[in-house]
Every structure is written in C-alpha cells, then in structure tokens.
Ligand binder design. Structure first.
Ligand code: GDP
Length: 297
C-alpha cells in the first residue's frame, strides 16, 4: 500500500504542487486565478467543478486573509472528491447467493486485468471466486482471463469464441451457485462501435444473470489516460447498464487525477478502486484523503 501511495504521489504530485505554488503567491491577482483555473482544467477536473473550486478558493482566501493555502486547498479538494461517498464493493450476495460483480468498459481500458486483480484480493481474503469470461468476441480476452484465473487459483467459465456472452455469464453464475462460492466476477466485451448493440448485449447479460440471482455490483472500468474521452465512454456505458462503481485504471501513467472528480460528477457514482500498474498487486481501494494528499505531494 505504501508503494502504491508513492506511485500515486509520483504521478499526481504535479497538480497539487502547482496549485499550491500559485495559491501561495503574495498577491492573488486575476492572472494568478486564471493560471489556477488553467491548471485545474489541464488536470481534467472539468469545467463546472473547476469553476466551483476557483470560486470557493477565491472566497476563502479573501475572507481568511493570510490563510494557510495548503490547508484551504486540501479541504476544498477533499470536498470536491466527496469523502462521504460509500466506496465499499458489493461482493456478497443475499439468501445464499454469491455476490455478482459485472465488469464493463471499453476494450483496452483494463477490464480483464482488473478482474484478475480483484479476484486475487478476494482470494487473499479467503473468499472463494468463480470468473466468467463473457467477452466471447475476442479469443485472446478469454485466454487472458483464464491465465489470470490459473494464476490466482480460481475457475474460469468460458464459451467458444463467438458464443453468446449472456449464456457464458449464466453458466458462470450457475457454477458459482452450485459450488457455493462467495463471489462471481463476470468480464464482458467492450465494443463501442455500436451503442445500441452494446446496450442490447449488456442489458441481456444482466437480465440473464438475474434469472438466477441479483447482480450486486456493476463496475465501469475507465482508463485515466483517456481524459475527456473517458467521460464520453462513461456516459454510454451508464446508459447501457446501471453502474454502481468506477475503477480508474492507469492512474500511474496519468498526471490527470482530476478525472476522478469529473467522472464521479458525470455518473453520480463513486470511484471505488484505482489501478496503479500492470502487476497483480497494483489495485487499491480509492481513498479520498490519501488521493488528495498524493495530489498535494
Ligand atoms: P481490457 O481490454 O479492458 O480487458 O483491458 P486489459 O485488461 O487487457 O488491459 C489493457 C492493457 O492495460 C494491458 O496491457 C494491461 O496490462 C494494462 N493495464 C491495465 N490496468 C493498468 C493500470 O492500472 N496501470 C497500467 N500502467 N496498465 C494497466
């Protein structure tokens, strides 16, 4: 965890340090406020939250003449990230059913890797897991998930290439219930070319799973390095299926941590996990305080 924090601080420190340097100037003139605004926009915080933050910072720095810029900035950034959101993962089911985690997102965002990492964390906590490889469109994706399954020591339910994703998801849940596992994690296809096709497919996967047991968590995996593009994807996926949590991957490779704020606003659901590397251990629960501290360097 310490290592992950350091990695987060390494990639995100620039934003907070830059803001802090600006806010600590002797005179906070219009040019300085514009620089602050630019810094926030460049970090992908988004237009509306940037405006809000700048207004609040202005008001507070004026009212609290000689205020501790770092303390003010920390408080305001924290408010923006919203520490009150419930970020717990729904990995347990009710009435003897397993928890069912559906993982969605565009190809390349890091879905399969994230499924593997989550499975590893659950297994380390002595929970039993079954994986469902419902990205049947790409044989490589099925292979990749099986490899993760073997590595972590859990079964992966697969179909033939081109099989109906919903039927694979159904079988994974069936197997999970039969063997009484704690959690079933279902990886899905993320073809965005056709919005209607995506909506139909994800809708069907969820409906078919829920013939057996409720889906307890729908995680949308987003690549932090795609910036505003990621927001457009987020919108499409959240229309296709009711997202309950966001996983922001590749935060190790992006200095644009502001996307956390932007995507939470956009979807009204919390960032629950962050990916900080390609390795099996490089997934961490999102902690708003630690995140803001990493921003401030
Ligand atoms: P999928 O198509 O959405 O299933 O994406 P994959 O899981 O195959 O991931 C795509 C690429 O992103 C792979 O090379 C992963 O190793 C890499 N990746 C996934 N998560 C992270 C992360 O948090 N940080 C970094 N640096 N790379 C990641």
């Amino acid at each position: 965890l310490v290592r992950l924090r350091q990695r987060l601080a390494g990639s995100q420190g620039g934003l907070g340090r830059g803001l802090l340097a600006l806010l600590s100037r002797d005179r906070l003139d219009e040019d300085t406020w514009e620089d602050i605004e630019d810094t926030l926009l460049t970090a992908d915080i988004g237009v509306a939250p940037t405006q809000e933050l700048v207004d609040r910072l202005r008001a507070r720095m004026r009212a609290e003449g000689g205020a501790d810029a770092r303390a003010v900035l920390r408080e305001e950034l924290l408010t923006l990230v919203d520490p009150t959101m419930d970020r717990s993962l729904r990995i347990s089911g009710e009435d003897g059913n397993p928890g069912i985690v559906l993982v969605v997102g565009v190809n390349g965002a890091g879905k399969t890797t994230t499924v593997g990492k989550i499975a590893r964390i659950l297994v380390a906590e002595d929970r039993s897991v079954v994986l469902g490889a419902a990205d049947t469109f790409r044989a490589a994706a099925v292979e990749q998930l099986s490899t993760w399954g073997e590595r972590v020591g859990v079964d992966t339910i697969k179909g033939e290439e081109g099989a109906d994703p919903a039927s694979v998801a159904f079988r994974a849940v069936e197997e999970g219930r039969r063997t009484g596992v704690d959690t079933v994690i279902v990886d899905t296809a993320g073809r965005l070319q056709n919005k209607q096709g995506l909506m139909d497919e994800l809708g069907k996967v969820k409906r078919v799973i829920e013939k057996q047991a409720p889906v307890t968590e729908v995680l949308l995996v987003l690549d932090a390095t795609t910036g505003q593009n990621g927001l457009i994807q987020a919108r499409v996926f959240s229309e296709a299926v009711a997202v309950t949590g966001i996983v922001l991957t590749k935060l190790d490779g992006s200095a644009k941590g502001g996307i956390v704020v932007a995507v939470q606003r956009e979807l009204g659901v919390p960032v629950k996990l962050v990916g900080l590397g390609e390795g099996a251990d490089d997934l961490a629960p999102f902690d708003s305080g630690a995140f803001v501290d990493a921003l401030l360097g």
